[in-house]
Design a protein around this ligand. Sequence first.
Ligand code: ADP
Ligand code: MG
Length: 334
Amino acid sequence: MLVGDLGEFTLIDRLAARLHPARPDVWVGIGDDAAVIGSSGAGDLVFTIDTMVEGVHFRADTASPWQIGWKALAATVSDIGAMGAVPKVAIVSIAVPADTPVGMLAELYDGLSASGEFHRTDIVGGDTVRTDGPVVVTVAATGECATGQAVRRAGARPGDVVVVTGTLGDSAAGLALLTAAKGDITSFAKLVERHLQPTARLREGVLLAGAGATALIDISDGLVQDAGHLADASGVGIEIRLDQVPTSDALRAAGEVLGVNPGEWILAGGEDYELLATMNDESARAAQVRLSRDEGAPLAVIGAVVEGNGVRILDAAGKPLSVPEGWDHFAPPV
Ligand code: ADP
Ligand code: MG
């Protein structure tokens, strides 16, 4: 059965049936002109939106519809976490050709639903339109944080340390493994999963905000690029010691199998959705202790905020390295 055989409203009903809203503060979900969400009235609202286009953000031959759905929601709520806020609800817009199989969209909605359950974000509405172009999936989400407590990209101060959650480069390594199509990649399932089914560091975002993060950003475009955004917004320079950046054993093994220096994945690979923050040294140590106690992702100190501007990557001896750029949709060709 194709989308064109069903009609918009039957399709919406079929897709809505795949979702499993669970939040008690959603008064009105899918089926009315708009959703109605209960509010405590105490905190600040945080809003964000993310769009994924077939051929640009995902490829039907490497990602299943379920994974596309999962990732679209994860990427959006990661931005909420990167403000130190907690997501609540999301709305989803899909633009699809009429000859799209309904089963493909049903699977995509199962992925959205599973991701929503995992990230405790209900999908409360959306929009469904026809296109003659590629499939486009847009997820907007709203979340909450205590009044005035959202952590911005601006706020890093010289003397702060730079910290990062988890390990970097895994998603880019997973993508390289998927597209290289050489050898057996089953032993690298974790890396591939980090690319196709990433999770947002929501708990870590709240904890970093509470621990006194002066600036916070999620790493969606690559460490150098996103550290650069933070540095620009804060009007400071950032120095990162490459040897201090945490990486997985699997990443290094994948580098050997593919004959690639993993440095590029670590520095320029996007979509790890780890959090990068700045804070004073003492707060960083306290956050490390709290994260390990709460079974959050490990937190590593990878550098320092300095006077000046831009991002410098240093080797173990403190010597500057030349570095690759991250992902920029409209970067001029070089
Ligand atoms: P309207 O014409 O008032 O904008 P629609 O017919 O577009 O309403 O949508 C009807 C209901 O279904 C609304 O609650 C809307 O949020 C929801 N909806 C529409 N498309 C989607 C979708 N792709 N995913 C989830 N909910 C959707
Ligand atoms: Mg309406």
